[in-house]
Design a protein around this ligand. Structure first.
Ligand code: NAD
Length: 360
């Protein structure tokens, strides 16, 4: 049985709608947060995670769905922002019945929310969910999906980094720049390839010995350091956090030697105020949700019928968006993170307003 709760008025944290989904037999407990549909249907992944409490799951989904609205707005997509969480340990409770029950809740929203992969959900899960709903992206290539989204995430990060380099050094080329990559996972590996191709000197770290082995085998010129603390303190020009959130915090920012930060990790700023600390130290921060939008651009393209070249072209425009944000930040005398938020809010307001024009 499902429990369906929706709000017509702006709900918690300014959300349009928050839907609680439950199916006792399969063990499904999920929350879908729709922050905004001003630009189109809300798109954002489903996180499957063993939250400590329902409050923690709700807080996460509200935070994440709001973030997706801003990311999708600045990615130039005709999509709003939403996100979902399934509360539980995927290793213990994930099943066909649970995923399909979840898919029916997604379908019940009639296209107001499109889902995709996130922590704890994979392309194969999207294929199962798609048996109950057509509002799914991030599907397998066999089903017309975009496949691994880290390909264009890395490409977009590289473009954002080039725009930041141009802003600081006058040229977008990273040739001869020392770039520190923290996390040689899916995105970090592709990014390393782009940097090496561009002539950058890469310094990297990862906690997983297999990732280090990958670097030794594929890019023997990459210098490896013991941990992120060593990377942050190293003589680098650019810092690219590509592991976990909170990479920019009260410990790392004072120690950071780089002039530019541009990386894939979500939620890099550990708390409000860090963006100002970065600016005070003369470090240019290319906002995470701007430069890492290549992945959502890749999966969003599936809605039109996936075309890699078209998606790559869109991800390449992250260069222009980052450049625009950095200029706006300079003009308005605010950190780039604040300028990015303002630009996203402007697009949501300016374009969202047009819905009031009656189409007959
Ligand atoms: N994959 C995408 O399309 C995408 C899109 C947008 C944002 N992101 C974000 O980018 C980041 C990387 O994503 P991914 O898909 O490459 O993930 P991943 O899990 O493939 O890679 C993460 C890597 O970071 C390493 N790592 C973890 N903790 C570390 C630490 N303390 N120090 C150094 N290395 C550490 C892991 O060993 C792993 O190799 C994540 O924050 C993710 O949320 C990814």
């Amino acid at each position: 049985m499902g429990v369906f709760v929706s709000t017509d008025d702006p709900g918690p944290a300014g959300h349009e709608q928050v839907v609680f989904c439950q199916d006792r037999q399969s063990g499904l407990k999920a929350i879908i947060g729709i922050y905004s549909t001003a630009l189109g249907p809300a798109l954002g992944g489903t996180r499957f995670y063993p939250y400590a409490s329902e409050e923690a799951a709700l807080a996460d989904v509200l935070d994440l769905s709001r973030g997706m609205a801003y990311k999708n707005a600045l990615a130039g997509l005709d999509l709003g922002g939403g996100k979902a969480v399934i509360w539980g340990d995927p290793d213990q409770v994930k099943s066909e019945a649970l995923l399909r029950a979840y898919g029916r809740f997604v379908q019940s929203l009639g296209g107001r929310y499109y889902t995709a992969c996130d922590v704890g959900t994979y392309v194969a899960d999207m294929d199962v969910i798609a048996r109950e709903t057509r509002y799914v992206t991030g599907r397998s290539v066999e089903h017309g999906g975009a496949g691994d989204s880290s390909v264009l995430t890395a490409w977009g990060v590289f473009q954002g980094m080039r725009a930041a380099a141009e802003h600081v050094w006058g040229s977008p080329s990273l040739r001869g720049r020392r770039v520190g990559v923290a996390g040689l996972g899916k995105v970090g590996r592709h990014l390393t390839g782009h940097l090496v191709d561009d002539g950058a000197e890469v310094v990297a770290t990862d906690v997983d010995p297999r990732a280090l082995e990958w670097a030794r085998t594929n890019h023997p010129g990459v210098a490896l350091v013991a941990d992120t603390a060593a990377l942050v303190a190293a003589d680098i020009d650019v810092y690219a956090p590509c592991a976990l959130g909170g990479a920019l915090n009260d410990d790392t920012v004072p120690a950071l030697r780089a002039r530019v930060v541009a990386g894939a990790a979500n939620n890099q700023l550990a708390h409000p105020g860090i963006e100002k600390l970065l600016a005070d130290r003369g470090i240019l921060y290319a906002p995470d949700y701007v430069v890492n939008a290549g992945g959502v651009i890749q999966v969003a393209d599936e809605i039109e019928g996936f075309n890699f070249d078209r998606a790559k072209l869109r991800a390449t425009r992250i260069f222009d968006t980052t450049r625009q944000i950095l200029r706006l930040a300079g003009e308005e005398g605010v950190p780039p993170a604040v300028a990015a938020d303002r630009l996203a809010e402007r697009r949501m307001a300016d374009v969202g307003r047009l819905r009031a024009i009656h189409l007959g």
